[in-house]
Design a protein around this ligand. Structure first.
Ligand SMILES: Nc1ncnc2c1ncn2[C@@H]1O[C@H](COP(=O)(O)OP(=O)(O)OP(=O)(O)O)[C@@H](O)[C@H]1O
Length: 264
């Protein structure tokens, strides 16, 4: 399986170059460089406070690093903005779910489609024929995601009534509705039981295979990501202490020390 996957991996799509970020006196990231290749599943792992969320927020333009640059799909940015990131095809899920609890599964996933629908805003305002057709096309796309994530039975259910594992799946669906080139997953398995973790792992692999989406996920539990990742970056106290295949990272002395030295 590994060999088959390796064959599909393409050129570098995202290149993080010497990123440093501090908050006042706190150095959240110190001179971090790593790249992500097209079609790869790339994990960023590390103990609590290692800088994982900060890195994700630099990738999608929420935080602006004091030093370093970002190259995405051949374009160089000294600073990314959340809007530009979204327009260029970067979508993310959230650790603390960003869903509308009172809205149905279907409507929540439709919200992920908004950026795509903006192109038609003028025609929608004038209610020209095309607008309705466009709406139908978007609905079909969203229905496909719902089938893909096996949540048909809950399409009309308010999200707040679903168990946590399914809410995480809806959040994934909302991000997929943006048709991202790069999908950032913020601790996709946090708070899940074993069965839910297995389901989520399978969906992440399926998204990667069937939609061809490049995926960056952050996680502090080393175990769950090792099976599904092509390559792993390890952060500790804002520094990169490991980078390589799961096997390489697992046998890296510094990584072992960081993980044995702290409570999880
Ligand atoms: N907005 C902020 N303001 C001040 N300090 C921050 C901010 N965000 C992060 N930090 C600090 O930066 C460091 C890295 O935090 P970050 O949240 O990126 O780590 P993490 O690896 O995602 O941790 P966790 O696994 O606990 O989510 C920590 O010392 C944290 O306190």
């Amino acid at each position: 399986m590994m060999n088959e996957r390796e064959k599909q991996i393409g050129d570098v799509i995202l290149d993080m170059q010497g990123i440093s970020l501090s908050f006042g006196g706190v150095k959240a990231l110190t001179n971090i460089s790593f790249n992500v290749k097209e079609h790869e599943i790339r994990a960023i792992i590390g103990p609590n406070g290692a800088g994982k969320s900060s890195m994700l927020n630099v990738i999608n333009g929420v935080y602006v690093p004091q030093e370093g640059g970002i190259q995405f799909r051949g374009n160089h940015f000294n600073r990314m903005t959340p809007r530009r990131a979204a327009e260029m095809g970067i979508a993310r899920t959230f650790q603390n779910l960003a869903l509308f609890k009172g809205m149905s599964v279907l409507d929540n996933i439709m919200t992920g489609r908004n950026l795509r629908m903006k192109s038609g805003i003028l025609s929608q305002a004038f209610r020209i024929f095309g607008a309705e057709k466009e709406e139908i096309r978007h609905r079909e796309f969203v229905e496909n995601i719902i089938d893909f994530l096996e949540i048909q039975a809950y399409r009309k259910t308010p999200v707040g009534r679903l168990p946590y594992g399914l809410q995480k799946r809806v959040d994934l669906g909302r991000a997929l509705a943006m048709e991202p080139r790069l999908l950032l997953l913020d601790e996709p398995m946090a708070g899940m039981n074993i069965e839910e973790k297995q389901d989520m792992s399978r969906f992440i692999l399926d998204v990667n295979d069937e939609y061809g989406t490049t995926i960056v996920l952050i996680e502090h539990d080393m175990g769950v990501v090792m099976d599904i990742s092509d390559r792993v970056v390890v952060l500790d106290y804002g520094k990169k202490i490991g980078d390589g295949t799961p096997a390489e990272v697992r046998s890296n002395e510094e990584v072992i020390r960081a993980y044995l030295g702290v409570e999880h």
